[in-house]
Ligand binder design. Structure first.
Ligand SMILES: [Zn+2]
Length: 285
């Protein structure tokens, strides 16, 4: 089994290496963020055969809640903030209560790449699998959420708006790379948070391909996940996202059902500060 695992990792690594687009000879080699794929292996008597799964139909439905966060920071007081400021904030205590709830109730926090593996190969997700994501690249996510994720041994995906990095109240590139190096997935949330369904093709290509390239250069790994700014997309945006090399994209919907045919519209829930904003979404799970 160990040999098979090493073989699988090496084989997939080689495959991913070969599919990275190299624009010029000085481009550094990018490692994939995704390592857990089930691809056919060269046959060998010494290898334990990998379990065979059946790839799900395009309209198959799987329940897989993905929670989405923006600001993680002490809750701003009413006098000095807007309702929107507070609605997009989860306090560090609130966030830890969410993680503790997941742990105490046997929810398994997995990578969103596990959902893509299910779509691609049928490899089942663990029971009660849940994923966590963050949008925008705000500093509080690094300062408060990242240490808590490490404390609970959990992973998450951070969707970064690249023009905002190194600005006030946002992370630095060093912090983005540190999280990537320590098991967090990094995706694109565009260059400057433009609504992708409202911009012309020239800008759309820059938002998609430009942010991807910048992120890949900064973290030294392939970036192939996208979250639409404001959740805004249309069929043309999806088409250009595919052409830019994204493997999946995320929006916001109030359901936990996911389908292979919607891998460019993966549904996420907005998480609020109170615990019920999580628990009520898991009632029928
Ligand atoms: Zn955003």
């Amino acid at each position: 089994m160990l040999l098979a695992t090493i073989g699988a990792v090496f084989y997939n690594w080689m495959r991913a290496e070969n599919t990275v687009q190299i624009n010029n000879s000085s481009t550094p080699t990018l490692l994939p963020q995704r390592t857990l794929t089930q691809e056919p292996l060269p046959s060998s008597a010494e290898m334990t055969p990998e379990p065979s799964y059946q790839k799900p139909a395009d309209n198959a439905v799987i329940k897989f809640p993905v929670f989405n966060y923006h600001h993680i920071r002490p809750m701003p007081d009413v006098a000095s903030s807007t309702i929107t400021d507070r609605a997009f904030t989860v306090s560090p205590e609130g966030f830890e209560a969410h993680l503790k709830y997941f742990k105490d109730n046997n929810y398994q926090i997995v990578s969103v790449y596990d959902l893509l593996d299910y779509f691609d190969t049928g490899k089942p997700l663990p029971p009660e699998a849940v994923a966590i994501s963050f949008d925008d690249g705000r500093y509080g996510q690094y300062k408060w959420a990242y240490p808590l994720l490490k404390k609970y041994g959990m992973t998450a995906t951070f969707f970064i708006t690249t023009d905002w990095i190194d600005k006030r109240d946002f992370m630095t590139w060093q912090q983005v790379k540190e999280m990537s190096d320590n098991g967090m997935s990094i995706g694109s949330h565009s260059l400057d948070h433009a609504a992708m369904n409202k911009v012309d093709d020239k800008q759309l290509s820059a938002e998609l391909a430009g942010s991807k390239k910048i992120l890949e250069e900064r973290i030294g790994k392939k970036v192939d996940l996208l979250a639409y700014p404001g959740g805004s997309y249309n069929d043309h945006v999806i088409q250009l996202a595919k052409e830019a090399g994204y493997q999946a994209a995320f929006s916001v919907y109030k359901i936990i059902d996911q389908q292979p045919k919607f891998r460019y519209i993966i549904r996420r829930f907005h998480a609020d500060d109170w615990l019920e904003s999580i628990t009520e979404k898991l009632v029928n799970y």
